[in-house]
Design a protein around this ligand. Structure first.
Ligand code: PEP
Ligand code: MG
Length: 421
């Protein structure tokens, strides 16, 4: 059994070129590094991401969070047993002492929690996904059906009052490698259609590697994706759609505004109902705003028996909010982002709570990512069966897909693809 010998942190850059925290932890088994991602359309109920303010890096420096790892967290954790993830996480939660990790910052706590998990896996000679599976007591490992965001909108594309994510989900395949091939071929077919129609400007990309074409209307965007699917030689029988409007971003005093269109909650639900009847959409995330609980209840009542209704900003990987949504029947699926809550133990608790209620769970990246591929192991180990890691392009996204390809190979004949949708 290994103990923690040292922990240090440093400021590094994320995929948007903003500073983020990398933690480094040593045990007798080696050195383990982890980096935290960062959201743009972040929910107001998320754990706090501590930024320095001031003029350095336009206020986005993370020296305070780095200092909190080096000066407050490290001295307290050194000597602790690496295999006891929950106890280590509990010590950090108590050291912070706030409801939303605002003293130390979730961006100080999470990378240490991830390092502890990685070191725990090494101490038992396991791959990270195997260790997470054993630690959480989950069933057989499952490679996820990916939700790939191939048209970026909203905050990830510099637009206001816009649908944020237009994703494809390859469901009709045997394994993850085939799913990625299908997604990549569709992505490149979309690129050539965009180039034909708009020239090179039509193929510019957003924060998550998807294209940002000059097309305002969601229906026109989805029609083009259908053409791309067909051009790649597939059909909407095997490739379905998922949407994340990220509607908290276009909710103003009780009114939803998409482009010039203004809608009350009920009209927003009707808008989605029409879309779902026109297109092969099987998953809808953050259709309603983060505190529009009545809207969520109505949406789930209307569409919850047909499609997956995923709470992201609504639930923020927080068991208190997930329990409330379960009780109110306000969703049927949870998006899982470890940095919304700040520790690996609490992330696994959120997933287990969803399973217990018969919900699905989708493990997700952030729009600001790094080369860290922890979430690829998390999705397989926690057996959620669905991931949301962006387009199959740019290495901040492909670091996760490439890790999943390796894991699929490692599992060999034991490998299973796809979850419950
Ligand atoms: C999302 O809204 O699901 C998302 C990944 O965006 P961000 O990381 O900007 O919150
Ligand atoms: Mg979202």
């Amino acid at each position: 059994m290994a103990t923690i010998r040292s922990i240090t942190a440093r400021e590094v850059l994320d995929s948007r070129g903003n500073p983020t925290v990398e933690a480094e932890l040593q045990t007798d088994d080696g050195t383990f590094r982890s980096m935290v991602p960062s959201g743009a359309s972040a929910g107001v109920h998320e754990a706090l991401e501590l930024r320095d303010g001031g003029s350095r890096y336009m206020g986005k420096g993370v020296k305070k969070a780095v200092g909190n790892v080096n000066k407050i967290i490290a001295p307290r954790l050194i000597g602790m047993e690496i295999s006891d993830q929950r106890s280590v996480d509990k010590v950090m939660i108590e050291l912070d002492g706030t409801e939303n990790k605002s003293r130390l910052g979730a961006n100080a706590i999470l990378p240490v929690s991830m390092c502890v998990c990685r070191a725990g896996a090494a101490s038992e000679g396991l791959w990270l996904y195997e260790y997470i599976r054993a630690m959480g007591g989950f069933g057989d490992s499952v490679l996820p059906v990916p939700q790939l965001n191939i048209i970026n909108g909203g905050r990830h594309a510099g637009q206001e009052n816009d649908i944020q994510e237009h994703m494809i989900m390859p469901v009709g395949v045997k394994n993850f490698a085939e799913a990625i091939q299908m997604a990549s071929e569709t992505y490149h077919s979309l690129k050539s259609l965009l180039k034909e129609r708009f020239g090179a400007r039509g193929t510019l990309i957003g924060d998550e590697g998807g294209f940002v074409p000059p097309i305002d209307n969601v229906r026109d965007r989805l029609e083009l994706v259908i053409k791309a699917i067909e051009k790649a030689g597939y059909s909407t029988r095997e490739i379905k759609f998922a949407l994340d409007p990220a509607s908290s971003e276009f909710f103003y005093d009780g009114v939803y505004r998409i482009g010039e269109q203004e809608m009350q909650s009920g009209e927003m639900v009707d808008f989605y109902t029409d879309l779902v009847s026109s297109y092969p959409i099987i998953s809808l995330e953050d259709g309603m705003a983060e505190d529009d609980w009545d809207g969520w209840i109505e949406l789930t009542k209307k569409l919850g028996s047909k499609i997956q209704i995923v709470g992201d900003d609504l639930l923020v990987t927080n068991t208190k909010r997930i329990q409330r949504a379960i009780d109110l029947r306000a969703a049927n699926s949870v998006l899982i982002k470890p940095n919304q809550i700040g520790t690996i133990s609490e992330t696994l608790d959120a997933i287990k709570m969803a399973y217990k209620a018969g919900w699905t769970a989708v493990v997700s990246h952030r729009s600001g990512e790094t080369e860290d591929s922890f979430i690829a192991d998390l999705v397989v180990g926690a057996t959620t069966g669905q991931s949301k890691f962006g387009a199959p392009a740019r290495s901040d996204r492909n670091a996760k897909y490439n890790r999943l390809l390796r894991i699929e190979e490692h599992l060999g004949t034991r490998s299973k693809y796809g979850g419950t949708i």
